[in-house]
Design a protein around this ligand. Sequence first.
Ligand code: DLL
Length: 437
Amino acid sequence: MKLQEQHLKDHWNREELEEIQAKGLKKAVRHACANSPFYRQLFEKSGLDPERIEGKANYNLIPFTTKKDLRQAYPYGMTAVPLEKILRIHASSGTTGKPIVAGYTRADLNWWSEAVARICVMAGVTVKDIAQVSFGYGLFTGGFGLHYGLERLGATVVPFSSGNTERQLALMKDFKTTVLVSTPSFALYMAEAAAGLGYDPLEFKLRIGLFGGEPCSEAMREEIEGKWGLTATVNYGLTEVVGPGVAGECPHKAGMHILEDLYYPEIIDPNSGTVLPDGATGELVLTPFLKEGFPVLRYRTGDITRLKAEKCSCGRTIRRMDYITGRSDDMIIIKGVNIFPSQIEEVLTGFKEVSPHYQLILHKTRDTIKDLEVQVELTPEGFTDRYKELEALERRIKQSLRSTLSLGPRITLLEPGSLERTTGKARRVVEKEKEDL
Ligand code: DLL
C-alpha cells in the first residue's frame, strides 16, 4: 500500500467508518465463535447467539475478556486456527504467573505490519528515514512489530535491539539515524549516556522519536525533546490485542489516534462494566476486527484513559485516546487511600529540582502496604550538599503530595544517576517485604 493511501485511511467520513466497524465486529464475532474453543464456550454459557450480534447496537451483550481468561488459556487455548497456520508467536512479559501467548497467521502479520506502518506515517516518518529499533527483538512485540511496520513503510531499518548503549550510540551517529524507536525511559537514558561519553546529542541526526510501551509524561517528553532535539511521539498497543499499532500520535501531540477501522474501542467504568460516553475517563476495552490466530472480543486492557471525538488539527477523523493515566490494576491502596503512580509522577514533575527518574517503594508486611517511599533523583542543577535546602525541598514535595493524595509518603532524594536505568520498560513500583513494624 502506498504512503498516501495509508494516510487517507485515517480520514474516513464517520458514516463510512461506522459501517466498516459494524462489519468488522460481526466478522470478529463469527470467526471467534466458529473457531476459538474459548469463545464457543463463552457464548454457549451465556446463551448468546453470535448471529444476533448486529454490530455496535447490541455489542455490549458480549461478556468482557480479561487477562485472567487469557492466562488460563495458556498456551494455545485461545488459538483459533490449526497450529501449522501460526507463523509467529509473541508473549507478554508477565512478571507473575504464566505469560499470555499470542499466535499470528500470515494474514495477521500482514495487517499488523500495515497498522504499524500507519502509526509511523502518522508520526511523520517517511521512506527517507533511517530508523533504529531499540526495542528488544524477541517475545516482546515491540522489536519485531516496529521493524516490520517500518519496513512496510519503506524506511531504512537498523534492527539494533535493546541494550549495549555505547555501541548503539556510536552506530546511531555513524549511520545518521533519524528516527529512534524505544521506550521513553530508554531514550532519556541514552541521552544521558551520550553526554557521559562526550557526545553532544544535538549533533546527532535524530528528528523523530517513536516512543511506546510505557507511559510518557509531558515533562519526560519535554526533557527527551530538549536533549535530543527531536519531535517525540508516543504510540500505544498491547500483546493481547496485537502489539504496537493500535494508536499513535501525529505531530500535533494531542492524544493518540486509534486505527478505528481495525479496532473497536470502548471505555467502561472499571467497577460496574457500564460503557461510558466519549470524554469520560475509564478503562479501555478493545476488539480487533481482523485477528485470525488469536481473536479477542471486548478485551479489558486495564489501561485508564478517555476517548476524544473532536477532530484533530491534522485533519484525521479517527478518534484519539488520551494518554494512559494508570492501570486499573496498578492502583496502590495504602492506609485506605487509593493512589495511582501517575498522580505521584505528576506532582514530581512540578519540581524543577527533581528529574523524571523515580521509584515507588512499597514497604509491605505480610502483604499489606505499611509505608510508601518515593525515591526521586535530583537534577544536576537541583543537586546540592546544603542539607537545609534538601530538607526544605523534601518538605515541599511531601506537602504537595499530601494535598494531591491525602497522604504524605516518605521522600528520599537521591543523587543524579543513582536509580537503575533500563533498556526497556522502566520499573516504577518496587515491593519490599519487611518484618512487623
Ligand atoms: O508494550 C506493545 C508496544 C510495544 C506498544 C512498543 C508500543 C510500542 P505489552 O508488553 O503487552 O505490549 O504491554 C502493554 O503497556 O497495556 C499499557 O499498560 C502499556 N503501554 C503500552 N504503550 C503505552 C503508552 C506493548 N504509549 C501495556 N502509554 C499496555 C502508556 C503504554 N502505557
